[in-house]
Design a protein around this ligand. Sequence first.
Ligand SMILES: Cc1cc2nc3c(=O)[nH]c(=O)nc-3n(C[C@H](O)[C@H](O)[C@H](O)COP(=O)(O)OP(=O)(O)OC[C@H]3O[C@@H](n4cnc5c(N)ncnc54)[C@H](O)[C@@H]3O)c2cc1C
Ligand code: SF4
Length: 829
Amino acid sequence: MRQRLVMIGNGMAGVSFVEQLLKLNPKRFDVTIIGAEPYPNYNRIMLSSVLAGDAKMQDIILNDWDWYKENHITLHTGETVTSIDPAAKAVLTDKGASIPYDELVLATGSLPFMLPLPGAEKEGVIAFRDIKDCETMIETAKHYRKAIVIGGGLLGLEAASGLLHLNMEVSVVHKHAHIMERQLDSTASRMLQEELERQGIRFLLQQQSDAVLGDSRVSGLRFKDGTEEAADLIVMAVGIRPNIQLARESGIQVNQGIVVDDYMQTNVPNIYAVGECAEHRETLYGLVAPLYEQGAILAKKLAGVAVDGYKGSVVSTKLKVSGVHVFSAGRYADGPGTKALRVQDDLEGVYKKIVFENGKVVGAVMFGDTIESSKVYAAIRSGEDYSGREKEILFGGAGASGGGRAVSEADLAAAMSGDEIVCGCNGVAKETIVTAIMEQGCVSIGEIKACTKASGSCGTCKPVVEAILAATIGFDQVAVVKEGICGCTTLTRDAVVEAIRRMRLTTTKEVMHVLEWNNPEGCSKCRPALNYYIGMLYPEDHEDELESRFVNERNHANIQKDGTFSVVPRIYGGVTTPGDLKKIASVAEKYNVPLVKITGGQRIDLLGVKKEDLPNVWKDLDMPSGYAYGKALRTVKTCVGNTFCRFGTQDAIKMGIDLEKKFERLNTPSKVKLAVSGCPRNCAEATIKDLGVVAIDGGWELYVAGNGGMRVRAADLLTKVKTEEEVLEWTGAYLQYYRETANFGERTSEWSMRVGLDTIKAALANQADRDALNERIDVTLGRTQDPWKQIVENDDLRSAFEALTAPVSPEAAASKESGESNKRGGREG
Ligand SMILES: Cc1cc2nc3c(=O)[nH]c(=O)nc-3n(C[C@H](O)[C@H](O)[C@H](O)COP(=O)(O)OP(=O)(O)OC[C@H]3O[C@@H](n4cnc5c(N)ncnc54)[C@H](O)[C@@H]3O)c2cc1C
Ligand code: SF4
């Protein structure tokens, strides 16, 4: 006869344990699960993705209702266990049910900690823990404007990023001097803060909350120093407390959590605990990877399979904020007997610190580039001795090139050892993924996820899983079942573009309607993408939808962290004149511009311009926009070339100016930077540009798909040509092919790695094909106009621009809600 297994809690750790138990011994137990929330098991981790618009609620269900039925599990949802009677071996619920058990598992998780501030009970003060909180935030953002997140830890920052995506103005209040101080050292923390400020989040550090202000609904927050901050919503993300009240009241031993031994057993016979509620060797865990390990051990024990006890876990952390790469694991702080390998590049925003003790990696922090994170994490877990070869972890092996920086995910995937953990959340090693591909025939991320669970939780390992897939069966064989361009549709980018073309769809609304978007308003991910694709396909008819553009593009200037803007006029080829310099200087003086800076792209940046001054600044400058804010051609950097330099073989300045004059104002899937060097000494750094032109004796070399940003990538040689006309022709064809085939938001380096250099070369090899591409790009170029001039000369545009800067009331915000997408924009740098 089957034994009765009852589990309290229907969350991630508990259900993962049940899944493993059913795999090991499906017939041993009749399983009953009681969960207080009214849903089947869902991926709590992905609540952040739902807020950020990357997933819909329905996407985050891990085990749907049918799964429980198919596995003969009796499920009680929306029902809470109120007491346990260990003597009678039964649990009682708030609906009056008494459920007997032979074995009982507590998987009650945690409760969010709410600061006991005066006024904390007011409407609009919430936590960030479950679907209900998430729905409240989404609803609030439709009607209100200002949000405060209390807590600058992982959860707080993900909440803040999500609220920003929902068009709210977000301030993060943190009592420490550094955000994420438990996972990051001060350098990484500072770099993270700068990046998030750039995205639009404000930080109020070293501030202690004192009271929630407002009548029935929150209107603000007062701090201990007496200052106040207005708010329509306050999200408390200040920590969690294990949910142990039920255990305590039932006579089960508790400390901070429910005390368990190495087999997850409590002090009461036949009662176990797993997940965030369990305390093992005085340690509590708040991330799923260790909780799943606990569940695996308990599953084996209850299935009657021999198993070593749980010994505790090393945890690693990644922040799930779009455009931000952060990794932290183990003991990253310096201590007696430790040595650290540090790499810091403030210019590129990259920082890596690997801490060694007796030659072994014991901890790491990475910001900006976390490509080696799984390797580092594996090294921490394995305890491998790196004595004498410590630098290998960042610079050596693994196909590293270019000083260890330009490693692609594909290189890394190929070089990973089989036992290296790829998916930290679910503990899936590379060899498990390879086996699923080779033996179970998985050829897409979705199939690998279904077979192995890899990438099924926080999703940050998805690029590595993709790379393993490609490395295992070859790029050309990968039938990656591509995912929808965002959570609003299941259609891929290619399917959407094809439908726009075939059905001649001309507005984003029409696309969303005809292609049956599940969110009729779209989101900040799909709307700018659709606007771009339509404009790319129909340059002659397309009316640019300003409301579908990111905030910087709407304002034609880059928003800064203090709400002011930066203004960068076009300076063709980086060559200016005394006249232009005088104009720039007098504008800077007239408008009290606090900082005038020469940029890395050889431009002059006026930083700190007030919103209301922008049109007048543009008028007085009387220079074209430099598009420093857009997904467009940014700059063409040049060296002095043979005009002045004794090494120069060609006129790099003229070539650069010609290129910039021809392709300025061109909308592209992501920003595009060009450079021209007058000889192979390459002073203009052309080989880390989207397109770089390097003069050689008797001609020019064209390099493509380089990147000098977060992931440095040396450009590939595309072709050699003899004349300036050919440079322009190849550049036009290349840029148009990129415009037509890249995903919106994809840099040329990513695009080239995805489609392959050979494909690009083949597409441009024939003169006829290049001519056709140039014809199409010329149509687009022929219709561009300088946006600053347009705004300065057109009262309507100007007044609309002024209106954008006016304060918006909650009512106005609500009525504008359908039109406003992503107020602070996404990653636009
Ligand atoms: C927004 C967010 C983002 C996160 N991101 C990450 C991440 O990136 N990586 C990571 O590893 N972790 C992340 N986490 C943490 C991770 O979600 C948790 O560690 C994990 O969900 C804990 O699982 P659990 O089963 O122990 O508890 P829970 O998932 O909390 O499940 C416990 C369940 O038990 C129910 N319950 C409690 N008491 C009773 C009772 N008496 N009767 C019936 N039911 C009861 C609760 O209602 C709850 O549904 C995140 C968490 C949040 C909130
Ligand atoms: S790249 Fe060559 S031509 Fe240009 S400045 Fe350097 S040395 Fe002179």
